[in-house]
Ligand binder design. Structure first.
Ligand SMILES: *Cc1c(COP(=O)(O)O)cnc(C)c1O
Length: 233
């Protein structure tokens, strides 16, 4: 094993232990939870090592970085999750390699992703990103009141499949009330679309609270891969 593989294996064991403890505390089965390794800023070689350690789901947040990485790792049959804010003009590119897009927050993006999926001959699973931040210019997402309509639009769009909902907890606030709100929005979406069961919530800092509130998908970067250098744009 390389030193990096040792490090990733230890980090993964630590995250799996946290998930197991959070599930035990919440009376949930860890098998209900998909761990997504968010590999942004880290090289394709790390994705390959994580795949060797049993990771099946990978997340990225920028098309420029994700597209070549997904191509380099095409032999690994991973599930690729696009978790970052997505510009409409990048939707077609993302539809060519992503399996799941977590950040669908407006109708124009739904239209663009549907066109991209049809063009690529693929089916794209879409989650509606819910804004849990009252402050404007927060971390993206549709207002909770707009979520049912967006969910209906995704479900009715060719090439798209409605997977559920996603949110990022507001910065610098207790994540528990935000995740509780997300659980309500998720239940409303499920009432109209019973197959849309995904609740993507929880990052390195708040995975316990997310599991307690019913998260099915955890998006974990730092706790698995280590600290990220600041992204210079
Ligand atoms: C980077 C990122 C994550 C992972 O964050 P960590 O705190 O490093 O675990 C999760 N979700 C989204 C949307 C991200 O951009």
């Amino acid at each position: 094993m390389s030193a990096r593989e040792d490090e990733l294996a230890a980090n993964l064991a630590g995250v799996r232990a946290r998930v197991a403890a959070a599930c035990a505390a919440a009376g949930r089965d860890p098998a209900e939870i998909t761990l997504i390794a968010v590999t942004k800023t880290f090289p394709a070689s790390d994705v390959r090592l994580l795949a060797g350690l049993g990771i099946t789901d990978v997340g990225e947040n920028r098309d420029q970085e994700a597209a070549p990485k997904a191509a380099e790792c095409a032999d690994l049959s991973l599930t690729w999750h696009f978790v970052g804010q997505l510009q409409t003009n990048k939707a077609r590119a993302v539809a060519a390699y992503a399996d799941v897009v977590h950040s669908v927050d407006r109708s124009r993006l739904v239209t663009a992703l549907s066109a991209g999926a049809l063009r690529a001959g693929r089916t794209l699973r879409c989650l509606v990103q819910v804004s849990l931040d009252e402050r404007p210019g927060g971390r993206g997402g549709a207002a909770p009141g707009q979520v049912p309509e967006l969910a209906d639009l995704i479900a009715a769009s060719e090439g798209l499949e409605l997977g559920g909902v996603m949110a990022v907890a507001p910065l610098g606030a207790d994540p528990a009330p935000a995740f509780a709100r997300l659980a309500e929005v998720a239940a409303a979406v499920r009432a109209a679309h019973p197959a849309a069961t995904a609740v993507s919530a929880g990052m390195s800092e708040d995975l316990e609270q997310a599991v307690a509130c019913g998260a099915t998908h955890l998006r974990i970067g730092t706790a698995l891969l280590g600290g990220r250098d600041a992204i210079v744009r």
